[in-house]
Write a protein that binds this ligand. Structure first.
Ligand code: AMP
Length: 211
């Protein structure tokens, strides 16, 4: 983005209070969140934050945070909330110019959802919509094992770890769908079909929020 459009956006946001477009891209591991996020950021010009990607980046650089996250990720468990929430906030704060954010892989439990709401509220903003990609378990396992051939991720290559991640999703993460349902923000999107079909379904829901 060039500097002039950045200033114009800041000016407009400050003076006319344009709401941010904050999307939680939700769904089990391997449901296609990363693939769809890459397309959505192109279309809507928003920032993509994947906590999984941030952890992998920290791990590859052997940072203190990466070292902390490593054992949890290898076991298919959630990294502790205080570590995850702190990292997320830093990333958001590093991008004050963002006109919206796609949260991918966050929030993953109710504590994180509450922290996100509070954090966005402190910025005069809120979650716009939660889009949950619905994909059956067996399809997920097959997709992740397939991705594991090229992703280089140890947690993608072991069926027991994959099943653990699905179990954690069901017990800890899926309640986040109901949490946002209370404010009528949760939408279930069929996550099986071509990439283009799923992208269209997601876009339709986002366009409804924006209109
Ligand atoms: P993902 O790339 O979203 O599948 O995440 C890979 C792994 O990173 C997960 O299995 C967790 O161990 C960790 N992780 C990613 N996001 C979170 C989060 N929001 N809270 C806790 N752990 C997370």
């Amino acid at each position: 983005m060039n500097i002039i459009s950045w200033f114009i956006r800041q000016f407009i946001r400050k003076n006319y209070k344009i709401p941010m477009l904050n999307i939680i891209l939700f769904g089990p591991p391997g449901s296609g969140k990363g693939t769809q996020a890459a397309l959505l950021i192109e279309k809507y010009g928003v920032l993509h934050i994947s906590t999984g990607d941030l952890f992998r980046y920290e791990m590859s650089n052997n940072t203190e945070l990466g070292i902390k996250a490593k054992e949890y990720m290898a076991a298919g468990q959630l990294v502790p909330d205080e570590v995850t929430i702190g990292m997320l906030k830093n990333k958001v704060n590093a991008h004050p110019e963002a006109k919206g954010i796609i949260f991918d892989g966050f929030p993953r439990n109710i504590v994180q959802a509450e922290a996100l709401d509070e954090f966005l509220k402190s910025k005069g903003s809120e979650v716009s919509v939660l889009l949950s990609l619905d994909v059956p378990d067996d399809e997920i396992v097959a997709r992740i094992l397939n991705r594991g051939k090229t992703s280089g991720r140890p947690d993608d290559n072991d069926e027991a770890i994959i099943r653990k991640r699905i179990e954690v999703y069901k017990s800890e993460t899926s309640p986040v769908f109901d949490y946002y349902k209370k404010s009528d923000k949760s939408r279930l999107i069929p996550g099986v079909g071509s990439i283009e079909e799923i992208f269209e379904r997601l876009s339709n829901e986002i366009d409804k929020v924006q209109s």
